[in-house]
Design a protein around this ligand. Structure first.
Ligand SMILES: Cc1cc2nc3c(=O)[nH]c(=O)nc-3n(C[C@H](O)[C@H](O)[C@H](O)COP(=O)(O)OP(=O)(O)OC[C@H]3O[C@@H](n4cnc5c(N)ncnc54)[C@H](O)[C@@H]3O)c2cc1C
Length: 298
C-alpha cells in the first residue's frame, strides 16, 4: 500500500526555513493529512458522503465542537535550531516529543543570537513580560555591543576550558542563553494547534512567535483544511468571561464601554481612582478593540 502524501508537504521535506540569525525550522516527516482526520472521525460518525466539501464540513464541525482526537491522528516531525532563551519557552510544551543535541556529547558551535536593532526596545509599561517603545539608538547600540562582547568572551572561555581538558558537560556552563541549540520535535496536529494558539499570540515573546509562524506555515502544508478550521474557530475566535458577557449585554443596551465595565464589575481604575494598565477591565477593552479592528491572523 502506498503511504498517503500531500504534494505541498512533500516539497517542504528537509527544507530549512531561516529564523533569526542562525536558526531554522524544517519539516522532517509527517504521517497523515486532512483525510486521516476525516477517516478517524468517521469511526465515530459513520462513513457518510465522501465529497471534499463534506470532508471540509466534517473537519470544521470537529473543530467547532472541540472533538479534538481526530486531529491527533496527524503527526509531524520538525528539526528546529533555536537560541537557548527561545528553547526554554518552547520546551515547556510537554505533550510533544523532543530530542535535543547533547552539549555533553558534542561541542556547542560558536553561534549566538544578537537580535536585530529593532527588537531591542524599552521594557513595556503595561505588560511586565513584554517590550514596548523604541529606545534611543545609542542604548540599542551599546546593548548589542555588550551582548556581542559577552557572548564572544563566553565562547572563548568555553573553548579554553575544552582545550584544557574540562568535560564538555561542565564547560557548557560558561555559555549564555544567546547560544543556539537544536532538536527534533515530533508532535501531533492538535498539540501543534495548542502550541500555536499560545505562541502566535501577541503576548508571547517575539522570537518564539517567529518560530511559531514557520511551524504554522509547514503544518498548513500537511493539513490545509484543518488549519483553515483552526484559524477560523481557535486562532480567530474570541472567548468571553461571565463578567464580559454581562458587559456585552450592557453595551447592547446602549451603555458606553466604561459604563458597561462598571455594571459588570470589570475594574478600570484602582481604589485611588488612577487608571489601571492591566487587569480584567483593560483586557475586555482590548477584546473590544480586537473586534473593531480587522484583526489579521498571523
Ligand atoms: C505568554 C506566556 C507567558 C508565560 N509565562 C510563564 C512564566 O512566567 N513562567 C512559567 O513557568 N511559564 C510561563 N509560561 C509557560 C506556560 O505556563 C506553559 O507551561 C506553556 O505555555 C505550555 O503550555 P501547556 O502546559 O498548555 O502545554 P503542554 O505542556 O503542551 O500541555 C498541553 C495541555 O496538556 C495538559 N497537561 C499537560 N501536562 C499536564 C499536567 N501535568 N497536568 C494537567 N494538565 C496537563 C494541559 O491541558 C495543557 O494545556 C508562559 C507561557 C506563555 C504563552
Amino acid at each position: 500500500m502506498v503511504r498517503p502524501t500531500v504534494a505541498a508537504a512533500e516539497r517542504e521535506i528537509g527544507v530549512r526555513h531561516p529564523v533569526l540569525t542562525h536558526g531554522f525550522v524544517a519539516l522532517v516527516d509527517y504521517m497523515g493529512d486532512d483525510a486521516a482526520i476525516v477517516q478517524a472521525a468517521r469511526v465515530s460518525y459513520g462513513r457518510g458522503t465522501k465529497t471534499v466539501r463534506d470532508d471540509r464540513g466534517l473537519i470544521r464541525y470537529l473543530m467547532r465542537h472541540r472533538h479534538t482526537t481526530p486531529f491527533e491522528m496527524v503527526e509531524l516531525k520538525f528539526l528546529v535550531r533555536l537560541p537557548i532563551f527561545v528553547a526554554r519557552q518552547y520546551i515547556r510544551h510537554r505533550t510533544g516529543s523532543f530530542n535535543e543535541a547533547s552539549a555533553r556529547y558534542s561541542v556547542v558551535p560558536d553561534e549566538y543570537e544578537l537580535l536585530p536593532a529593532e527588537a531591542i526596545r524599552r521594557q513595556s509599561a503595561r505588560n511586565r513580560q513584554g517590550r514596548g517603545d523604541p529606545l534611543p539608538p545609542d542604548v540599542v547600540q551599546q546593548f548589542r555591543g555588550d551582548l556581542d562582547r559577552v557572548s564572544r568572551e563566553a565562547y572563548a572561555a568555553y573553548q579554553r576550558a575544552l582545550d584544557r581538558g574540562v568535560a564538555r558537560e561542565v564547560a557548557r556552563l560558561l555559555l549564555p542563553v544567546s547560544y543556539y541549540t537544536q532538536w527534533y520535535w515530533k508532535t501531533n496536529l492538535w498539540n501543534l494547534f495548542h502550541f500555536l494558539s499560545l505562541r502566535l499570540d501577541p503576548h508571547a515573546q517575539e522570537e518564539i512567535r517567529l518560530y511559531a509562524a514557520e511551524l504554522a506555515r509547514l503544518g498548513r502544508c500537511v493539513a490545509p483544511v484543518a488549519f483553515e478550521a483552526f484559524e477560523e474557530f481557535e486562532l480567530g475566535g474570541l472567548t468571553l468571561t461571565r463578567r464580559e458577557r454581562t458587559a456585552v449585554r450592557a453595551l447592547l443596551g446602549g451603555r458606553t464601554p466604561e459604563a458597561a465595565c462598571a455594571e459588570a464589575g470589570l475594574p478600570l481604575t484602582r481604589e485611588d481612582g488612577t487608571p489601571m494598565s492591566t487587569g480584567e477591565g483593560v483586557e475586555f477593552l482590548e477584546k473590544l478593540e480586537r473586534l473593531r479592528s480587522s484583526d489579521p491572523l498571523p
